[in-house]
Every structure is written in structure tokens, then in C-alpha cells.
Design a protein around this ligand. Structure first.
Ligand SMILES: Nc1ncnc2c1ncn2[C@@H]1O[C@H](COP(=O)(O)OP(=O)(O)OP(=O)(O)O)[C@@H](O)[C@H]1O
Ligand SMILES: [Mg+2]
Length: 283
């Protein structure tokens, strides 16, 4: 595999990887669902996505256009209340947008929600799991829901639990887990069905440094197989070092999107993501 200077797989390599193991949407391999012309087919497309909460006068998300391509780790940044979680909840089908379209791996998520959800692995910012279940029971339940073959479950879960060092707690009830342990379990569950698109709301919060390091490696491997990750974060250093592209949302509107180099140009040559972020989100 060819690699870019920062160690990422080259775009050409990411494009040629084929993650599909299950019958996909009506898209032939190599004939992309939506060839962006920018390298890699689109695993997530948001078009004019908008949402206003009932009783609110302002749009939480407004006319959001965004694309995440195969092979890409996409970081979604923005100040508190900018609209990140609202966007994520619309992508994964927890909220209905007022307007707009969401396409996941070629599937219209509003017309064919179950098919779209089968292609997404989602972990929320504050996982609300089933307190009375053990970790093992929870994973078994999730594997049932996503129809993961019994012979595959242990192997897939084992790999991730190893990374997270959570194996020893699997037979404890979830209510005895710390916040970070719940997050690890939620992420493990989200990965079990090998989804092409991972959607994670602030996944690093609560993970200890070792788990963060291991998970960043995991994300990169996931994308090197031609899959993609879309995640929100406030940790700018992680975004800067890990993401292929970054989108910055402010007051519901996408104010910038691009690679670090492209963002630098947009922000008058500012050099760090922190200074770019501050410039693009200032009042
Ligand atoms: N359930 C809700 N009901 C009404 N308004 C909401 C609800 N959830 C969020 N909002 C509003 O929508 C806007 C966007 O919130 P959202 O949670 O999407 O922000 P965020 O970017 O995820 O912020 P944070 O970084 O704090 O997690 C905010 O103005 C917030 O007050
Ligand atoms: Mg949020």
C-alpha cells in the first residue's frame, strides 16, 4: 500500500479498497454511488439538511451540505450548541430533518431507513445502555439486532474488546461501569456488524489516553479498508492529526470544510487548527 507522508494510505489506495461483504444497494463496485470527482465514492451525503426544534425560533441545523468519502476520517467541529449532535442524530435516524436529504452508501436514509441504519455504526456522546444487562448480554443483543452470524460475534467483539481492555468486565452489569467503560462498550457494539460508515459523537471524551491511542489506530485501519468515519470532537489536536478532512459548523451552518491545508487558506494562512477554529467561529 502506498502511503502519504503522514502515514495515511494514499487516496488512490483507499479508493481501490473494497469493504463490501454483504449485498449492497444498487451500486456496482467501482461504479460509485456518487462519484465525487475528488477521490473516493460518497459514503455519506447531506444535502440542504435543516432542523428547527419545536418551540425554537432558530434553526439548530441550517441547509447543511456535506460529503464523507470512502477511505476518509472526517472530523466535525463546532462550538457548544453549534448543531453537531443534531446533525448526527438526523444521520442515524433519531431525528427527522425538516428539509433535506441524507444518503448513506447510496441509500436514501429517509426513504429506506432500515437499509441505511444497517450501513451505519453509531455511538452517541452519552451512551444510555441497559443498566441491568452485563456487557456480554448487551453485545449479544446488539449482534442479534444487526444479525451478526453467531460464529462471527465472539471473534469480532474479541478484537475490539482487546483493544479497549474491557474483556475482564464483560460479565459485570453495565450499571457498575464507569463512563469510559460504557463508551467503550457502546463503540464495540457499533462496530459488530462491520458497518461501512462509523458515526461517533465525541468518541474520545471519557476514553483514557491508551484507549484513545488504540482507537485512533483502529479508525485509521477501518478507513484504509475503504470505509469511513464521521465524528464530532472538541479535541482539536486529535482532529488536526487524525482527520483527512474537517468540517466546522457554527450556529447550524457549515462555515468551512476541507483538508487542513484548505482550511488554512480559508483562514488567511492561520497555522493551527485552534487559530483557524477561533477565526471561523468568532462572533
Ligand atoms: N432536544 C432539544 N430541544 C430543543 N433544542 C435543542 C435540543 N437539542 C439541542 N437543542 C438546541 O439545538 C442547538 C444545537 O444543539 P446540538 O446539541 O446539536 O449542539 P452541539 O454542536 O452538539 O453542541 P455540544 O458541543 O455542546 O455537544 C442548540 O441551540 C441547542 O440548544
Ligand atoms: Mg453535541
Amino acid at each position: 500500500m502506498t502511503r502519504e507522508p503522514d502515514g495515511r494510505a494514499s487516496r488512490a489506495d483507499r479508493r481501490t479498497h473494497n469493504y463490501r461483504t454483504t449485498p449492497g444497494p444498487p451500486v456496482a463496485l467501482g461504479q460509485e454511488a456518487s462519484d465525487t470527482g475528488l477521490g473516493g465514492f460518497s459514503l455519506l451525503t447531506l444535502e440542504k439538511l435543516s432542523k428547527t426544534y419545536r418551540g425554537s425560533k432558530v434553526r439548530a441545523v441550517s441547509d447543511l451540505d456535506l460529503e464523507v468519502r470512502a477511505g476518509e476520517i472526517f472530523g466535525f467541529l463546532g462550538p457548544n450548541g453549534a448543531g453537531k449532535t443534531t446533525t448526527i442524530k438526523m444521520i442515524v435516524g433519531l431525528f427527522k430533518p425538516d428539509h433535506g436529504r441524507i444518503t448513506v452508501d447510496g441509500v436514501d436514509a429517509l426513504d429506506r431507513p432500515l437499509e441505511a441504519k444497517a450501513r451505519i455504526g453509531f455511538a452517541p456522546d452519552t451512551p444510555e445502555l441497559y443498566d441491568k444487562l452485563t456487557g456480554r448480554e448487551y453485545l449479544s443483543f446488539i449482534a442479534d439486532v444487526f444479525e451478526v452470524p453467531p460464529t462471527e460475534r465472539n471473534r469480532r467483539a474479541g478484537q475490539i474488546l482487546e483493544i479497549f481492555e474491557l474483556k475482564g468486565a464483560l460479565d459485570d452489569v453495565i450499571q457498575s461501569y464507569s463512563h469510559g467503560m460504557k463508551q467503550k462498550l457502546a463503540v464495540t457494539g457499533a462496530l459488530l456488524h462491520r458497518p461501512p460508515l462509523l458515526v461517533l459523537d465525541e468518541p474520545m471524551t471519557g476514553l483514557d489516553p491508551k484507549a484513545q491511542h488504540a482507537f485512533k489506530d483502529y479508525m485509521r485501519k477501518h478507513c484504509d479498508e475503504g470505509k469511513a468515519v464521521f465524528f464530532s470532537t472538541h479535541i482539536l489536536e486529535v482532529a488536526e492529526r487524525l482527520c483527512d478532512r474537517i468540517g466546522i459548523i457554527n450556529k447550524g451552518r457549515l462555515v468551512a470544510v476541507g483538508t487542513m491545508a484548505e482550511l488554512r487558506q480559508m483562514a488567511a494562512g492561520e497555522s493551527t487548527l485552534e487559530s483557524i477554529f477561533l477565526e471561523l467561529t468568532q462572533e
